[in-house]
Ligand binder design. Structure first.
Ligand code: ATR
Length: 277
């Protein structure tokens, strides 16, 4: 009889009840017939440090971090990956043998893998990319697109100063376009990404006209509730290849799962179904 500990992982957020990550990781654990549990944990910001320091003593091998803790988790970590540093936030923590916290960010990876899975002939080098929004999600998308080799990123945001700050950090391949002229940014774009909350259930509707959008463009939305956002259905009507945002969530979970539980899971139709349950 062995006395190996059962590995525990989970997601920390506030709120966290809406998180689909428990469905995702429990699905993979059961598909791969691995021992382990993945638990949603509601933790307030003032308690984050205590929680992170004590979880290894309870048998946790790592955790995902979600809103509003992604920046604080990066600050608290003992080791930070290049991706997490560039994105300025952590979404995947792994504990070392002495409980030290290794912070990573797999959102850029998840974004890239989702596009390549569902738009296999997407060629990032083919032309400029347009990003709507300049929040935390936009930072991960910028890193993904720069690494994928896009020649230019046009970033447009209601609050222009946030877009300017991203240009400041990420450099010359970024161009800021005024929110009033957001539709003009679409001229000649090969890749279009919404990272704003526009079009999300319970949020204001999408309102940027797509007259200048070319049918060759690949269009994706970070929003996945609804799966078919107003942006995606309008772009689809123009003949564009469209990729919904759920796959980014699924793919960003892969590296953490592999580190914590020891096997690399698949992202397939059964995975999607498990999370949409
Ligand atoms: P996240 O970290 O998930 O990206 P966020 O930092 O709150 O979340 O960013 C949300 C994005 O949606 C921002 O780009 C925000 O624009 P502002 O920077 O001007 O706030 C954008 N957004 C939210 N509501 C919007 C609205 N009604 N019109 C236009 N943009 C909106």
């Amino acid at each position: 009889m062995t006395h190996d500990k059962i590995p525990l992982a989970g997601v920390i957020g506030a709120p966290v009840a809406h998180s689909r990550s428990p469905l995702l990781h429990q699905h993979w654990l059961s598909m791969l017939d691995l021992p382990g549990y993945y638990i949603p944990m509601h933790v307030e910001p003032m308690d984050l440090e205590t929680a992170l320091r004590n979880l290894p003593k309870l048998g946790f091998v790592g955790v995902n971090i979600t809103v509003p803790h992604k920046e604080q988790a990066l600050q608290l970590a003992d080791h930070v990956s290049d991706q997490a540093r560039r994105i300025g936030a952590a979404n995947t923590l792994t504990y070392g043998p002495d409980g030290e916290v290794h912070a990573d960010n797999t959102d850029a990876y998840g974004f890239d893998r989702n596009l390549r899975q569902h738009a296999p002939d997407w060629d990032p080098a083919h032309g400029p990319a347009v990003i709507f929004g300049a929040g935390g999600a936009a930072r991960a998308v910028i890193v993904a697109l720069l690494d994928a080799g896009v020649p230019q990123i046009r970033i447009t945001n209601r609050t222009r100063s946030r877009a300017e700050a991203l240009k400041q950090q990420f450099g010359d391949r970024l161009t800021v376009v005024d929110w009033d002229q957001a539709d003009e940014a679409l001229e000649g774009a090969a890749t279009v990404v919404n990272t704003t909350s526009l079009g999300m259930t319970g949020h204001p509707p999408w309102r940027v006209p797509l007259d200048r959008l070319h049918p060759d463009a690949v269009v994706t939305d970070i929003v996945y509730a609804p799966l078919e956002t107003p942006l995606l259905s309008a772009a689809r009507a123009k003949g564009c290849q469209c990729v919904d945002g759920l796959g980014m969530l699924l793919h960003q979970g892969v590296p953490g799962f592999e580190r914590w539980f020891g096997m690399r899971p698949e992202v397939d139709t059964a995975t999607r179904a498990a999370v949409l349950r």
